[in-house]
Ligand binder design. Structure first.
Ligand code: T4K
Length: 400
């Protein structure tokens, strides 16, 4: 990064961007490519590419071992995995979910004509607020899907108690939470089922991929059939099914990624603390916390901005950083309830979602992973510090 000295050096005013190349949030983590290519060569030689091949089976065994769960069924992506789990659990009518999530959580329900009912979140954990959940239960409610946002576990026990007492199914969208734990138990073991994403942008990837984890044998058997068109045996279809299968190449990537997961975590963790250190004492800026007594993947570096204290809005900061080639992301702006078709179906949903509305305008995800050096982090933090310390001048210059 070149030295930024004055406001007029900022790229929003025509200065050269601080970074020559874009710094992306979500740049994939990669294990050892030689181990991956060895597996790929084997796949090519044996000409077995899909349909529960050797690598997918091995991947499933390794996942189960790591998570301490009975079943962790690999799939082509988490969205299809969610759809299959929702169908296998026979969710119908209404299902309560947070609006503060990636749109896939809502779409997986709506795609099957189940209505997502958007619930507000706890401003501290960013996860479903159980008090709001309880208020939204109606005779049409069949389940709750909590999302472990940023890999930080939902209020698992309270949600389980509510689900049990009200006769509801409980699922978790654990797309962010691979390699995270709750009360010493790995995520993947809670509710009726949990769904991981192994998308390229996730902590742990199989290019595209996902999995449904469950300790329920009957549910797992049903999910296995549903992800393979409903086939039981060669010529016998017993359920409506779809194609949710993971390819052998993806499983090869998964096995390779698994071998490096501790390395991914230690890099992410070190980066997280470097950000913490360099963002200290900037007015209105804090990073989300992780509970160091649990397993975390530290994949998400989430800055929360108090615009009154910082005297600059989240979107102004985003514009400044983007111009410098720091491509931070506003996950999950504007919230599912403000996206179609939900904003047309429920135009007033925001009135019941004050914490969601506030959070979607105050958080910013920053780059992480092994392509982000300590020096880069320091420079990103300096840009943030400079922007906030000089917010009056910057605003007067151009931003509104
Ligand atoms: N539930 C939750 C809570 C989720 O967050 C997600 C996915 C799902 C369910 C569904 O999981 P999957 O069906 O995808 O397995 C990205 C991802 O595509 C999506 O998987 C993820 N959540 C979401 C949070 O982020 P976009 O629309 O932001 O993607 P895009 O193309 O803007 O890329 C994100 C960033 O990553 C960019 O800065 C570029 C960078 N990138 C991306 C790819 C694919 C790379 O550097 N390399 C790459 O290969 O959705």
């Amino acid at each position: 990064m070149k030295k930024k000295i004055t406001t007029s050096d900022l790229a929003i005013y025509g200065g050269t961007p601080a970074f020559a190349e874009p710094l992306h949030v979500g740049k994939p983590n990669m294990g050892q490519s030689k181990d991956f290519f060895a597996r790929v060569n084997d796949i090519m030689e044996r000409r077995w590419f899909s349909n529960n091949g050797r690598y997918v089976q091995e991947f499933e065994r390794e996942l189960c071992k790591f998570l301490g769960v009975k079943h962790c069924i690999p799939m082509c992506n988490a969205t299809v995995a969610l759809e299959i789990a929702i169908r296998a659990l026979e969710l119908k009518g209404e299902v309560i979910i947070p609006s503060f999530t990636f749109i896939a959580t809502a779409h997986a329900l709506q795609w099957q004509e189940v209505t997502p009912v958007f619930c507000d979140i706890d401003p501290v954990t960013h996860n479903l607020d159980p008090v709001c959940v309880e208020k939204l239960i109606t005779p049409r409610t069949s389940g709750i899907i909590g999302v472990h946002v940023w890999g930080r576990p939902c209020a698992v026990e309270t949600l389980s108690e509510i689900a049990k007492r009200r006769g509801l199914k409980l699922m978790f969208d654990a797309a962010h939470a691979f390699a995270c734990s709750h009360n010493g138990k790995m995520i993947g073991n809670f509710g009726n089922a949990e769904v991981f994403s192994f998308h390229a942008t996730k902590f742990f990837n199989t290019f595209e991929g996902g999995a449904v984890a469950t300790n329920d044998d009957a549910l797992a058997a049903k999910i296995r059939l549903m992800k393979n068109f409903g086939f039981q045996g060669l010529d016998n279809v017993i359920y409506i099914g779809t194609n949710g299968k993971m390819t052998e190449i993806s499983a090869a990537m998964g096995l390779t990624s698994l071998e490096s997961k501790n390395q991914f975590i230690s890099v992410n963790r070190a980066n997280y603390y470097t950000y913490q250190q360099h963002l200290e004492n900037i007015p209105g800026v804090r990073l989300i916390d992780y509970n160091d007594n649990e397993e975390n993947n530290y994949h998400y570096i989430v800055l929360q901005l108090n615009d009154k204290e910082a005297k600059i809005s989240r979107d102004q900061l985003l514009a400044i950083l983007s111009a410098e080639n720091v491509l931070a992301r506003r996950y999950f702006f504007p919230g599912c309830h403000r996206m179609e078709p939900y904003r047309s179906y429920f135009p007033h949903a925001g009135l019941l979602l004050p914490e969601t509305e506030s959070l979607t305008t105050s958080v910013l995800s920053l780059p992480n992973g092994d392509t982000v050096s300590k020096e880069t982090i320091k420079s990103i933090c300096e840009l943030i510090r400079f922007s906030i310390n000089n917010s009056d001048e910057i605003r007067a210059f151009r931003l509104n």
